[in-house]
Ligand binder design. Sequence first.
Ligand SMILES: *[C@@H]1O[C@H](CO)[C@@H](O)[C@H](O)[C@H]1NC(C)=O
Ligand SMILES: *[C@@H]1O[C@H](CO)[C@@H](O)[C@H](O)[C@H]1NC(C)=O
Ligand SMILES: *[C@@H]1O[C@H](CO)[C@@H](O)[C@H](O)[C@H]1NC(C)=O
Length: 484
Amino acid sequence: MARLGLAVCAAVCFHLCILISSSSSIPAETGSHAVRRTAYHFQPAKNWQNDPNGPMYHNGMYHLFYQYNPRSALWDTGNLSWGHSVSGDLVNWAALPTALDPTSPFDANGCWSGSATILPGGLPAILYTGIDSRKQQVQNVAFPKNPSDPLLREWEKPARHNAVIALPADVPGDRFRDPSTAWLGGDGLWRTAVSAEVDGVASTLVYRSSDFLRWERSAAPLHASRAAGMVECPDLFPVAEHGRAGLDTSANGAGVRHVLKLSVMDTLQDYYMVGWYNDTADAFSPAEPERGDDCRSWRRLDYGHVYASKSFFDARKNRRVLWAWANESDSQADDVARGWSGVQTFPRELWLDEDGKQLLQWPVEEIETLRRKRAGLRRGGTRMLDAGALQEIVGVASSQADVEGLFKIPSLQDPEPGGGREAGRRPKPAAGSPEAVRREGRHRARRRRAVRAPRVGLRRPARAHRRLLQGVQAPRQVQTPHVH
Ligand SMILES: *[C@@H]1O[C@H](CO)[C@@H](O)[C@H](O)[C@H]1NC(C)=O
Ligand SMILES: *[C@@H]1O[C@H](CO)[C@@H](O)[C@H](O)[C@H]1NC(C)=O
Ligand SMILES: *[C@@H]1O[C@H](CO)[C@@H](O)[C@H](O)[C@H]1NC(C)=O
């Protein structure tokens, strides 16, 4: 991460909220590996997981599907399935049998990422990428076998229709994937966005359909960039210009902006641009065109190892919720020894900042049901700590804890990792010119915001005293946060 000008005193205030994981549905493990499992991030009992797939709220139940290797803790030893779990509250999950398995000619070598869309009348439909028997990427559809099963345990892949989108002639067989949640245009046609490399250009293609079975490619891509290399996992969703309420994926019109999120293989990071989507030509106009077409210069969704994110509209609480995959940082041998690899980030609520360009994120409020015991620096105490200082918090006996910290950092330099593409890209105006002064002000504001929760890039403006850092394990001592 970026080197911040942190050689200053920072006022740091910590509360530790101890999590007791007994409410979790994750089976208990014994030995040292159990300690390393997270009590509140989503994990299957064992094996490999990566991208979140088809998240949805349906009939009072949250569903999460995910890329899953039923055979091992590694990605490349077998053909991927869709794991499936359900939850009433986004916190406690029950594992179900895999929803999609690579059993058909159109997905024989793997059921790769995709999305769920709730059709009018309430029937959910899955669009996913199959690696077919010729090892080519194609897009398939699946429907619940018994739509009145409250858990939607079994899914059918209609052989008569699949693959519903064949590999186009101008796209290589290994560069065509990840159909997005579909949305309805004003013409009554469904649209889905699919990542493809078209004649060497990373493209987000749009396909239209009246029946979810026959799909036709729109003339122009939603986004294209020669520079970015392959992009994946497109997510196009509306956000309200004002306020926190989420919008159904088909919403558009006055007071609505759209977010285009792309995952870039080159950097293994997720980037987004806020803008406007016009369904006449399936065109996306960026709110910050000066960042260019190369999405590596767009805003980053997260500053950790977080990839392949996907959002859904939660009609139960009227909010947009984001899932993303966080991978392991140790070796494959460690993964094999543990028997599992990968977690999903805790689901986050997403909404648009008042600046109309930046997303705000915060763990869904249900996380608070996990908090049990509070420990801290004297109640509500604030203490000045020098950079690098250690401050022990007594009374933490749990192996996992939520840490809330408040940072006051008078000056920061260069919060973007590695100097930040965007920082390096723009020509600097002459020092002291009105443009330079304005720009400096903007940068300062951005830095101040960016640092509030540097580990996860989360912030909630109205509650300055509650900054939450996730994933901190066994914090016997809390170190003054170094952002690097
Ligand atoms: C993956 O699927 C292909 C095609 O069906 C099959 O030949 C191969 O054995 C499968 N791999 C594993 C590890 O099951
Ligand atoms: C959408 O694009 C069409 C042409 O591509 C244009 O006629 C129309 O005015 C646009 N709509 C909005 C709301 O900008
Ligand atoms: C996974 O973790 C490694 C090591 O931390 C990192 O270098 C890599 O970019 C990560 N991959 C993804 C897909 O996030």
